[in-house]
Write a protein that binds this ligand. Structure first.
Ligand code: NAD
Length: 478
């Protein structure tokens, strides 16, 4: 018997949760439920995170959390419970299977059966943003080696356990050579440990176009957070309906399972909502807790019900559907089909138990780190890069001199183009004179001199080489 935490959420949440629990219990799920309250009522009672402290204790104790959608009240100040949960519990992997149910649910892609594995904690979603000048704001894109190793390994382990043939990686490392470059590099490293699973990498733009056009060319796709956020919705939509997909958020200790849709408040309390998305979340949960036989039974009964044309209003189509039903009646139909298998749709077969080999991250031996220079970012509202260079060169020392200025990454000095549009945010790169390395004290000296000359430094970035390889971007046009 496994204790799980359940939150019935808002809007259609309680109805679809009741339906889901009734189906999985009828299928023989060995679960005991601790119910907690999250969402609108908790927010409106003055708790800006939408969840009480005692509820965290229950979630952390049970480690498995099945969550119905919640309503985030309008107006500022309320933190997204989903984001908070993912971050607090370290749920680094978001798994979203997207399968078409042709011809029973309308789709342009009858053969589609893909799983999006999205990194869930870092990338631009670390939420580190600053305004630096009147005209420029920045968001830090952080990609870590442990983050990449964990998500890429999860994708391959998923493929191995669910008998998937190929893992594809999407990045934009032709442009972001450091951040996306690391993700791609780690993908190539870990792929070698799984010689029986095919692997490939696509640049995200053409990869996304291919996925939207020919999804049957893919199997499991792993990608960083932002791309995964966007493309997992695209994938769910083109499979047939965002209303039918569930997702798993997996961490080293805890895991959360949910439908991908929201609380649909206009449909609440009318016994209309489709419980399929949350049921798909519950199937992922049953597999996660090792009750794979129950997961298989539920999934095949659900596929059979869809195939029989027993549909809720959202997927009901004259000519295809046979019977329009409410939430409860749909659940009863699935329960009646427990033990049955679909005949036209592919029946699923989950191996007896899954075994994910996910070792804890081992920190690598540190590399030799050399300081090759420094970028000083300057807030200046002039227009001529030559003028700025003359001003900034006043802080040149016998050890470090200005070597380049860029504006929004494009080299504007020396030998810039007058056509290049410039903002008030300039990067001034200083390189050592003669020796190959700077020391930190020389950077402090540059900053002090800048302050004396009223040069408004808004940020510095050190330029490093690791084991002799320079690890920073050049100026575009350099
Ligand atoms: P939504 O997903 O609730 O609804 C979008 C459309 O899909 C609506 O027309 C709705 O009626 C329909 N729909 C959604 N789920 C359905 C189902 N199971 N059966 C039948 N029809 C269904 O998105 P929204 O309207 O943008 O958001 C409503 C609320 O949900 C907002 O407060 C939002 O913040 C919240 N939300 C919560 C989550 C979550 O808790 N994970 C996710 C997304 C949105």
């Amino acid at each position: 018997m496994k204790r799980i935490t359940v939150a019935k959420g808002d809007g259609i949440g309680p109805e679809i949760m009741d339906a889901t629990l009734s189906i999985i219990k009828a299928a023989g799920a060995q679960i005991e439920v601790d119910e907690i309250e999250v969402g609108e009522k908790v927010y409106l009672a003055g708790n800006t995170s939408g969840i009480a402290k005692e509820s965290w204790d229950i979630i952390r104790r049970n480690k498995v959390f099945l969550k119905a959608p919640i309503t985030t009240p309008q107006g500022g100040g309320y933190k997204s419970l989903n984001v908070t949960t993912r971050k607090f519990l370290g749920l680094y992997a978001n798994i979203r299977p997207c399968i078409s149910l042709h011809p029973f649910v309308k789709t342009k892609h009858p053969q589609m059966d893909i799983v999006i594995v999205r990194e869930n904690e870092e990338d631009l979603y670390a939420g580190i943003e600053h305004q630096q000048t009147d005209e420029v704001v920045q968001c830090l894109k952080l990609i870590s080696r442990p983050g990449c190793e964990k998500i890429v390994r999860y994708a391959f382990e998923y493929a191995k356990n669910y008998d998937r043939k190929k893992v594809t990686c999407f990045t934009k490392d032709n442009i972001m050579k450091q951040t996306d470059g690391l993700f791609h590099q780690v993908f190539d490293e870990i792929a070698k440990e799984y010689p029986t699973i095919e692997n490939e990498h696509w640049i995200i733009d053409i990869g996304a176009a291919k996925m939207a056009d020919t999804p049957e060319a893919f199997d499991v796709i792993v990608m960083p957070n932002l791309y995964g956020d966007v493309l997992s919705d695209v994938a769910a939509q083109i499979a047939g309906s965002v209303g039918l997909a569930g997702s798993a958020n997996i961490g080293e200790e805890c895991a959360m399972f949910e439908a991908i849709h929201g609380s649909a408040p206009r449909r609440a309390g009318q016994n209309m909502a489709n419980p399929s998305g949350l049921l798909q979340g519950a199937v992922l949960m049953l597999n996660h807790i090792g009750q794979t036989d129950v997961a298989e039974k539920v999934q095949n009964a659900w596929l059979k019900t869809i195939e029989e044309g027993i549909h809720t209003y959202d997927i009901y189509k004259e000519g295809i559907s046979k019977q329009k039903v409410g939430t409860k009646e749909f659940a009863e139909a699935v329960i009646k089909n427990l033990g049955e298998k679909p005949t036209q749709l592919n029946a699923v077969s989950y191996a007896a138990g899954t075994s994910f080999n996910l070792p804890k991250y081992q920190r690598k031996a540190p590399k030799k780190k050399e300081l090759l220079g420094v970028d000083l970012f300057v807030h200046w509202d002039g227009e001529s890069a030559d003028e700025l260079a003359a001003m900034v060169q006043k802080i040149n020392t016998s050890e470090a001199t200005l070597s380049m200025i860029t504006n929004r990454g494009i080299k504007v000095w020396p030998e810039g183009f007058p056509e290049t549009f410039c903002t008030d945010h300039w990067r001034c790169r200083f390189k050592p004179v003669g020796t190959t390395e700077l020391d930190k004290q020389q950077i402090v000296g540059l900053l002090e001199a800048a302050s004396e000359h009223n040069i408004d430094i808004i940020k510095t970035e050190n330029l490093y080489a690791f084991d002799g390889t320079p690890a920073f971007s050049l100026g575009q046009g350099q």
